[in-house]
Design a protein around this ligand. Structure first.
Ligand SMILES: [Zn+2]
Length: 273
């Protein structure tokens, strides 16, 4: 009983896993289970691919959003500079007009005191305007700097848009192809499943739903390649007889003797180790 899967709800225990003691039937069933698993390996990879593909596009979209925000900040800054420049120009113009008016009135003043007062006022207005001109130069320089940054961001956005358009088109194609492959695999899976008696298939599905992939593994030199633990000698003898589909007493995966189907090799999930 040590080689029996502890779970009884599905598969009906050891009797249910029997291939009626026929070695040819037994090998055919193991073979189909291995095929089933290969198909499942491919399905897992495909599903991971289908899962990952939109994430690549989403990462680009996030970068795009960040750049758009940066662009908005720069636009706001440029608007502010434009306002500053306009305000300075208006002030310069207004005070220039005042100075001109004062100059034309200068000859008409009656007293020296009044004359000096007007001169002083004109001087201070002109001084103020010189400061404003300097400030305007600073504003124009800053404007140029911000415009360069904006050009840079716009260039990046353009590049990203092209990359996104390409990725989105590629994604559609990729998902379409992957879905086609998935449909084919599902058909192959159903076909392999039909060759396996329902209780054994049930056991396979049961283990698959509860354990990490793979579900069926070869036993090599009495060691289960699923968990790398040696199986008891009596179980190994039973396995070599090839009459019953057994489970590893340790990890519960379905097991077969590697010499029965040497060409099946290791499942993909184990090759990664
Ligand atoms: Zn095991």
């Amino acid at each position: 009983m040590a080689n029996q899967v502890s779970e009884h709800r599905c598969g009906g225990g050891q009797q249910g896993l029997s291939a009626k003691g026929d070695p040819i039937m037994y090998e055919k069933q193991i073979e189909q289970l291995v095929v089933l698993q290969k198909v499942d390996d491919e399905i897992i990879l495909l599903e991971a691919e289908i899962d990952q593909a939109p994430k690549d596009v989403a990462a680009l979209e996030a970068r795009h959003e960040t750049l758009e925000k940066r662009k908005q900040q720069l636009d706001e800054k440029l608007d502010l500079l434009k306002e500053q420049k306009k305000k300075l120009e208006v002030e310069i113009e207004e005070d220039s007009v005042k100075v001109k008016k004062s100059k034309s009135k200068l000859m008409l003043v009656g007293t020296t005191k009044e004359y000096h007062a007007m001169m002083r006022e004109m001087d201070s207005l002109e001084k103020l305007n010189r400061l404003r001109e300097e400030e305007k130069i600073t504003v124009l320089e800053e404007n140029e700097r911000q415009n360069e940054l904006l050009d840079d961001v716009n260039g990046k956005i353009k590049e990203l848009n092209e990359e996104l358009a390409e990725k989105r088109a590629g994604l559609k194609e990729k998902l379409g192809a992957a879905q086609g492959d998935l449909d084919k695999l599902t058909k192959r899976r159903n076909k392999a499943g039909k060759a396996v008696p329902a209780p054994i298939l049930g056991r396979y599905e049961f283990i698959r739903s509860r354990l990490a992939h793979p579900v069926i593994v070869p036993v090599d030199e009495a060691v289960c390649t699923g968990c790398n633990i040696m199986i008891p000698p009596q179980d190994f003898n039973n396995l070599q007889e090839g009459k019953q589909i057994l489970s590893c007493p340790n990890c519960q995966r379905l097991i077969y003797w590697i010499e029965h189907i040497p060409e099946a090799a290791k499942p993909k999930a184990l090759q990664k180790d």
